[in-house]
Design a protein around this ligand. Structure first.
Ligand code: SP5
Ligand code: ZN
Length: 392
């Protein structure tokens, strides 16, 4: 299996975060990735490759331009305003009861006047902290996932089954169109999903535009992907936390089916209930499976995942690509998440196997994308179990 990775993802390292009333060392640390990379390097099943640069364009297919501008400039603006270099974090959040009587353009315009207003506008918790390299790591993380997505498409043209692992940080599933939170800035999985949906069609359109400029006539026709000319993407989010960002981005989109298994009640507190099933055209394309973090065991967890991946409506969705939001913070010892009864490493092997053998995933290319997981010394082993379980 190919693993797309870059050392640039190690650079983002804010010193601290405020969680549950305590200032703590930033938990989403570079050492997480170092631990997984060490495991990957030792195992001959994996081949590490570097990402290519797909530019900002595929990121802007998910996130608003003004938000991406914020991510790339806030550190400098904050420091230039004389604020402390090591604590770039919000002191205020725009709450609907505070600004709801104003037109959104009014309060947004006001917030954009100051670094504190901007970070309050574009973040939803106090894990959203920037250092001088946050944007480089965030941009690289997205490029890793895009590179992995592109390689997966190429592989799937020749191989019967194909899979790839995007080993990246910061993670993505809490970030929505124009808001960062939960250690996430760009929603990597969402960017990859949109990119995968009609990559060839967009390439051909770009070629067509180019050839108009050059006044050439003959052009290849875009490859027909399926009857809607858009791949259907099944996202399986096994991170301990609900992926509120991914859910929000695809909530009314019937071409992307989002499934999440997560500890509940827990962070992100506002979303993740089973009654959230999608809206508009996307009604029925969102499945939340909240699990009690105290009473759920290995067997109960696997039973829920197996049932979900064999549900008739998900099999009938007929996904063209599966993306796994691979969080490893379900492990019982995890300091941020942790399901008490998830104690057997073999459970991760079985998660990998289910992504290959279940009726909704069989013979479909799988893109594994790293999300959370904070038991530093176990992460390589746990990621390896899922990936090797898939390959076995
Ligand atoms: C990507 C990701 O996993 N983000 C998670 C962000 C969670 N931040 C809040 C942490 C709350 C800590 N809860 C401690 C509970 C101990 N079991
Ligand atoms: Zn998580």
């Amino acid at each position: 299996m190919e693993v797309v990775y870059s050392d640039d993802c190690l650079l983002h390292s804010p010193p601290k975060e405020l969680t549950r009333g305590e200032w703590k060392t930033y938990t989403e640390s570079p050492s997480r990735l170092v631990s997984i990379k060490q495991f990957i390097d030792k195992n001959t099943e994996f081949k590490v490759v570097s990402p290519d640069d797909y530019t900002l364009a595929p990121i802007l297919a998910v996130h608003k331009r003004e938000y991406v501008d914020f991510l790339s400039t806030i550190y400098k603006d904050w420091v230039d305003a004389g604020l402390p270099k090591d604590t770039v974090v919000s002191e205020i959040f725009g709450h609907c009861s505070m600004v709801g009587h104003l037109e959104p353009e009014e309060w947004k315009k006001k917030a954009l006047e100051t670094p504190s207003g901007r970070i309050g506008l574009y973040s939803f918790d106090l894990s959203v902290s920037f250092d001088k390299d946050t944007w480089l790591s965030t941009y690289t993380s997205a490029q890793i996932v895009l590179s992995a997505a592109h390689r997966l498409l190429q592989q799937s043209q020749t191989a019967k089954t194909s899979s790839i692992y995007a080993l990246c940080r910061p993670p993505g599933h809490h970030a929505a169109h124009d808001v960062a939170g939960g250690y996430c800035f760009i929603n990597n999985v969402a960017v990859a999903a949109k990119f995968l949906q009609d990559y060839e069609v967009r390439e051909m359109e770009a070629l067509a535009r180019l050839s108009k400029v050059k006044k050439e006539q003959t052009l290849p026709k875009p490859a027909v992907l399926n009857k809607n000319n858009k791949r259907r993407i099944l996202i399986v989010d096994v991170d301990y936390h609900h992926g509120n960002g991914t859910q929000a981005i695809f909530y009314d989109d019937p071409s992307v089916f989002y499934i999440s298994l997560h500890g509940s009640p827990d962070y992100p507190y506002f979303t993740g209930s089973g009654t959230e099933t999608g809206s508009g055209d996307g009604a029925g394309y969102n499945l939340n499976i909240p699990l009690d973090p105290i009473t759920t065991t290995d067997a109960i967890y696997l039973d829920h995942l197996e049932k979900a991946l064999n549900k008739p409506e998900i099999v009938e969705f007929k996904a063209d690509i599966v993306i796994c939001s691979l969080g490893l913070d379900t492990w019982h010892e995890d300091p941020v998440g942790g399901i008490k009864g998830l104690v057997d490493p073999l459970t991760y092997t079985k998660i990998g196997k289910l992504l290959k053998t279940s009726a909704s995933c069989a013979n479909i290319p799988v893109l594994f994308v790293q999300e959370g997981g904070y038991t530093i010394e176990r992460l390589g082993e746990l990621a390896g179990k899922v990936l090797l379980g898939y390959l076995s």
